[in-house]
Structures are given as structure tokens and as C-alpha cells.
Ligand binder design. Sequence first.
Ligand code: B16
Ligand code: MG
Length: 213
Amino acid sequence: MKTNSDYKGFIFDLDGVLVSTEHNHFLAWQKTADMLGIDFSEEENENLKGVSRVDSLKYILNLGNAVLSSEEFNNLLDFKNESYLDSIQNLTQQNCLNGVVETLSKAKARGIKLGVGSSSKNAKRILKLIEIEDYFDTVIDGSMVENLKPSPEVFLKAASNLGLETSECLVFEDAASGIQAAKAGGFLAIGIGNENIKHLADHYYNDLTEFTF
Ligand code: B16
Ligand code: MG
């Protein structure tokens, strides 16, 4: 049986795996929903983890049976993103989730190739803020693919940029859409830090401190 360090590549989701920004996404969506008079709870937000900005807004509009012109729709996308970016401007490496920096350093020292596969168009900006961008051999974000999670495209592109087969890579994810994406791509899917996805993942850890080589 393969052990974790037999894999030649590790591909990480960003929000919820490397950094705890999911609550910031939730608060920004809640503000946006408030403007439309739509109730939006943290339970509902679970369905938006890993989901693109456009599809997330469509989901919220659907909750309130709201219909918007394309101009209003785009203005709300900008509003959500500005309020999200405002809330994360002071992120530092302290905001990396538990075990992240240690896992990245150990993997690097073992010659394991590292990638990011995120739905977020802000992924590169965030990696810079939390000062871990230099660990990664490739970063695939929401602006670089046609189809976002649950499509496997971000992970397949990351593996291909690393020069590896899907069977040679582990994918680390905190969202149902991301676990689905990893499995659709033929990857072994490691669930991290979200008990709601425990039953979907191939293996599950509360955080990366529990992951051993
Ligand atoms: P943005 P991930 C996802 O990132 C987040 O989980 C999700 O909450 C967010 O809506 C999505 O990115 C789009 O983000 O508005 O920054 O482009 O978990 O795939 O790293
Ligand atoms: Mg995530």
C-alpha cells in the first residue's frame, strides 16, 4: 500500500485548507444578501464553499427568488469582492491554518512537487499576503480554467503543470464541491477541517498537523 510520502505531488485547495478565509467569504456574502433583503445563514454558506463568485451569487438570488439585471448582478459581484478584500487586507502568515507551513516545508524537503488548485480569482494575492507563494511549483486559480469545481479542471491543470499523473498526486480539500472535483479527476481526496465532508473524502484530518509522511 502507498504511504503519503510515496506521492510525488501534493495539490492544495486554498480557502479552508491553507488559510481560514471561508468566514470572510461568508460575511461578505451575508452583507450582499442583506442588501437584497435575503436571509443568508452559515449553514447555507456551506453550499458555496469552493463555488465560483458568479455561481455563489446565483445561488443566493435563487434563495430569495430575486431577479436582477446584468448590470445589478455585476455591481453586486464587485460589492461582494470589495468587502471580502477589505476584510482580508491584514492577513499575514499567522493566518495560515494549523500545520500548513510545517507540511509545506517537509514536503519540499522530500522533493514532493507542490501546487494550488483554487476556485478563487484572488488566490495569488492571498498566497502573497500569507507569504507562502514560494513553496508552490504551480498555482491554478479561478481565472485560469473554463470550468470550476466540481469540475476537476483546476486540479488536472495543476497536476499537468507539475508533470505528474493524477495517480501520483494527493488533493487536499475542505469543500464538498472540491472533493467531488478531486474524485472526478481520479485523485485521492484528503478532506481537511470540515466534518461535513468527512464521509465524502478518502481520508480525513481535522487539520494538517494530523497529516504524517
Ligand atoms: P473569489 P477555494 C473558493 O476558494 C472559496 O471556497 C469560495 O468560498 C469562493 O466563493 C470561491 O473561491 C471564489 O472566490 O470570489 O475570491 O474568486 O476554496 O476553491 O480555494
Ligand atoms: Mg476551500
